[in-house]
Write a protein that binds this ligand. Structure first.
Ligand code: KG4
Ligand code: ZN
Length: 327
């Protein structure tokens, strides 16, 4: 079964082709340069860029996959959460294509996409825990069975990736901040700057990252070295994520964990998970950030569970809790 997946929830235009769970193409056009001078994503510019290039991206993905449009069996697109304009571009395009080709259409939850990107076609059965850490989300779920998500905890303020971005900006580094912090941290000391692990003694599974950003500003003013700030910040941010995940796994007696979202690219996080004794599933590096293949993988998986298409009347949803969406 060939699935076309379209992802336009933010500033990346992603189109992927998956055949029976195997990725044949995964074309991503990043808009990072377009938004760089504004210091963040400008939704209207993002929408227009998606409109300008989506059709070309679909053609390119079909070419890479060596298939024709008529070979597609299912067309999927992100329906939310995300920026409303960008979401509407991908969703409307996908519905139009499905209608024109007379193929079924499926709206996919963005986070379900990240989860299946992390699994990358591996046959993993629930129960397992899911940690999603990106620029917009830091959510910890228990997944007792497919389609059922129990939210255990979430960030009370900034998302984990957002904290990397903000600390990077404080240190005068570029965007996205995660890779920049990681690079600078390699030259610094993890223990030189006295950051404290947020929420460490709390019983909940919530996270909090805004205090780290404020602390970073203070440490810059006090004259600590940027590389030491980067390394020490990175250590506590990752310890907060992995520590909470380990505690939840122990409490709920889960040994499998899926970690997804842009922060899953972090090497310290990957090493900490390796040491944790948990069976951790992480996306391959090219599937950590937003892409179309993860949407196609999630759609393919859902279709195996239940071959039921979405209505062409479904709308994009900027706020969409996982597990509560209408098909
Ligand atoms: O999932 P993603 O590509 O986009 C969404 O936010 O949905 O995640 C991007 C976020 C950014 O905040 C970026 O700084 C962070 O993921 N990130 C990282 C790393 N690579 C990307 N954070 C820590 N370490 C990294 N290596
Ligand atoms: Zn994402």
């Amino acid at each position: 079964m060939v699935v076309l997946g379209i992802e336009t929830s933010c500033d990346d235009t992603g189109v992927g082709v998956v055949a029976d769970g195997r990725i044949l193409a995964n074309e991503v056009a990043s808009q990072t340069l377009l938004h760089a001078r504004y210091g963040g994503v400008v939704p209207e510019l993002a929408s227009r860029e998606h409109v300008a290039i989506l059709n070309q991206m679909v053609k390119r993905a079909l070419q890479t996959a060596s298939i024709e449009a008529a070979d597609i069996d299912l067309i999927a697109a992100t329906k939310g959460p995300g920026l409303i304009g960008p979401l509407l571009v991908g969703l409307t395009y996908a519905k139009g294509l499905a209608w024109g080709l007379n193929k079924p259409f499926l709206g996919v939850h963005h986070l379900e996409g990240h989860i299946h990107g992390a699994l990358a076609g591996a046959e993993v059965e629930p129960p397992f825990l899911v940690l999603i850490a990106s620029g917009g989300h830091t959510h910890l779920y228990d997944l007792p069975r497919w389609g059922e998500y129990r939210l255990l905890g979430a960030t009370r303020d900034d998302a984990a990736g957002e904290a990397f971005d903000k600390v990077a900006r404080t240190l005068g580094l570029g965007y996205p901040g995660g890779p920049e912090i990681e690079r600078l941290a390699a030259k610094g000391s993890e223990v030189a700057v006295p950051f404290t692990i947020p929420m460490k003694n709390k019983k909940s599974y919530d996270f909090s990252f805004s205090g780290l950003k404020t602390a970073a500003v203070r440490f810059v003013e006090r004259g600590y070295q940027p590389e030491d700030i980067a390394a020490s910040f990175q250590r506590v941010a990752i310890e907060s994520l992995v520590g909470t995940l380990k505690r939840a796994a122990r409490d709920l007696d889960r040994n499998k964990v899926v970690v997804a979202g842009g922060v899953a690219a972090n090497k310290l996080l990957r090493a900490a998970l390796k040491r944790s004794g948990l069976q951790a599933y992480l996306p391959p590096m090219d599937l950590t950030s937003d892409n179309g293949a993860m949407i196609a993988l999630a759609a393919w998986h859902r279709w195996q569970q239940q071959a039921e298409s979405s209505s062409l009347n479904i709308d994009a949803s900027p706020y969409l809790p996982l597990g509560e969406e209408a098909v």
